[in-house]
Design a protein around this ligand. Structure first.
Ligand code: HAX
Length: 435
């Protein structure tokens, strides 16, 4: 057994009595009430999900296993010659809450390499799809196509004790995660590089090999490592995380579950917003006849035009956050260090100066500040990945780290099948005393 799996098992055994005790002795203790606005309005703020992998504070932003983003980057073992950590070490950390040593990290790196190869039939499935299929459809289909590999299903059909569920789930999740950068890069080159594929490099780590298979030079490997870690997890209630958890709660395997979660990420109010930010910005620049003609006044006019057309400003606002997203800040710091004079970055910065004021004046959005998606596309663009409809796949590779860690724990703790209760409009009217 690897050090990761051994540590995970130890943590699971330590944790199980906590969940059992809460359920058995304190099951009636209230943690939330539900208002009519919450029932109609997407359950915003209703506390009814449990995860220990990450926590999102409205003002502070995300903490992974108790660590802020800078603390996480600081703590994890780094790839030699790079300022950024091994994503494999971060996977260890999310699963176990322990920062791995370099030796433990390298063991995961080698384990991932053994599981990396993308089955040929997945490539055949993707090649059979029309080339104008959206990259997110291909990504979700590629994941789903691999469902036949599930060890969980095999063991379940053989007859498996509940207490063992976590083991094949962990194996499935690791097998799937190890393949995702190759799947993403395959889709990118299939769609945008005439299907001229680059073979994986077995000397490289997960993030480094992604950059290699994309065909983009250093420091894109560091961009990939940073990007995947930043996008990994944002507690359980966001659509991609919640959907993955919901589907997994039926004991569906991780292939079905992640594919479903990815379909949620593909919506413009969620992950697709990073594509929308770039397309919005480019359209606006084209209209002005070039970036040199952009002024704060012009940005303000374009924002109002979007709002007056009844559309959302992509990359701004959040269901939980009430300040600038630290994932935005982290990427902004990367830009300030690596591409401070890049005109597109300057434009994105100008929008940052103007948009919160406009959104406040508009008076609807509870959070006028930028989210992760406002800043991510410009970095991709700078390094030559200008095909913005691919950007959400990058998000989806990162998001897989968090949600797969979560569903491994779901199995370990035996979380129940999800089944909230619905009411009718008449019942709400009755509760409101208007009927
Ligand atoms: N532009 C214009 N209007 C906005 C807005 C924005 N960026 N953000 C919120 N609003 C509006 C809402 O549409 C809503 O209007 P109605 O009352 O007419 O329905 C009102 O303000 C109140 O919404 P809210 O409570 O502030 O926000 P929600 O929790 O309902 O929604 C969203 C959160 C992120 C979906 C929202 O802010 C939004 O649509 N933002 C733009 C799209 C975006 O950037 N999405 C990515 C979010 C981060 C993420 O998940 N990444 O994957």
């Amino acid at each position: 057994m690897t050090a990761l799996k051994e540590t995970l098992l130890k943590k699971i055994e330590e944790h199980r009595p906590r969940t059992t005790r809460l359920l058995k002795e304190f099951g009636d203790v209230k943690v939330s009430d539900v208002t009519i606005a919450q029932a109609i309005g997407g359950a915003r703020g209703v506390r009814c999900l449990v995860t220990d992998i990450s926590y999102l504070d409205p003002h502070e932003g995300i903490r992974f296993r108790g660590k802020t983003i800078p603390e996480t980057f600081e703590a994890m073992p780094k790839v030699p010659g790079s300022e950024y950590p091994f994503v494999e070490g971060f996977w260890y950390f999310l699963l176990t809450s322990e920062v791995p040593t370099e030796k433990q990290t390298l063991e995961v790196v080698e384990d991932f390499k053994k599981r990396r190869e993308l089955p040929k039939y997945v490539m055949d499935v993707l090649r059979a799809m029309p080339r104008d299929t959206h990259p997110m459809t291909m990504y979700s289909a590629g994941i789903l196509a691999m469902q036949r590999e599930s060890l969980f299903v095999k063991r379940y059909n053989e007859g498996m004790n509940k207490m063992e569920f976590w083991d094949p789930m962990y194996e499935d999740c690791t097998n799937l995660l190890a393949k995702l950068p190759s799947l993403g890069a395959f889709i990118y080159r299939l769609k945008f590089k005439d299907d001229k594929q680059i073979a994986p490099n077995m000397d490289l780590d997960w993030g480094g090999n992604f950059a290699h298979q994309m065909g983009v030079d250093h420091p894109y490997d560091d961009v990939a490592r940073m990007y995947f870690i930043l996008h990994s997890d944002h507690e359980s209630g966001n659509v991609s995380a919640h959907t993955t958890h919901l589907v997994a709660s039926t004991l569906s395997d991780c292939y079905y579950s992640l594919s479903a979660g990815i379909n949620g990420l593909a919506g413009p109010l969620h992950g697709l917003a990073n594509q929308e930010v770039l397309s919005w910005t480019m359209k606006f620049m084209d209209k002005l006849g070039g970036i040199e003609n952009v002024t704060k006044e012009a940005v303000k006019d374009a924002l109002w035009e979007t709002l007056n057309a009844g559309q959302v400003v992509p990359g701004y606002g959040h269901a939980v956050l009430r300040k600038t997203d630290p994932r935005y800040t982290s990427q902004r710091e990367f830009c300030l260090k690596n591409l401070p004079d890049y005109p597109l970055f300057k434009l994105i910065s100008m929008i940052y100066e103007v948009a919160p004021g406009v959104l406040q004046e508009h008076g609807k959005a509870k959070n006028p500040w930028p989210n992760v998606d406002a800043q991510s596309g410009v970095i991709q663009w700078y390094y030559g990945v200008t095909e913005w409809d691919f950007y959400t796949v990058l998000f989806g590779i990162g998001r897989a780290i968090g949600v797969l860690a979560n569903i491994t724990w779901d199995r370990a703790l035996g979380y129940a099948i999800e089944r909230p209760k619905s009411v009718t409009t008449a019942m709400l009217e009755e509760a409101a005393g208007i009927k």
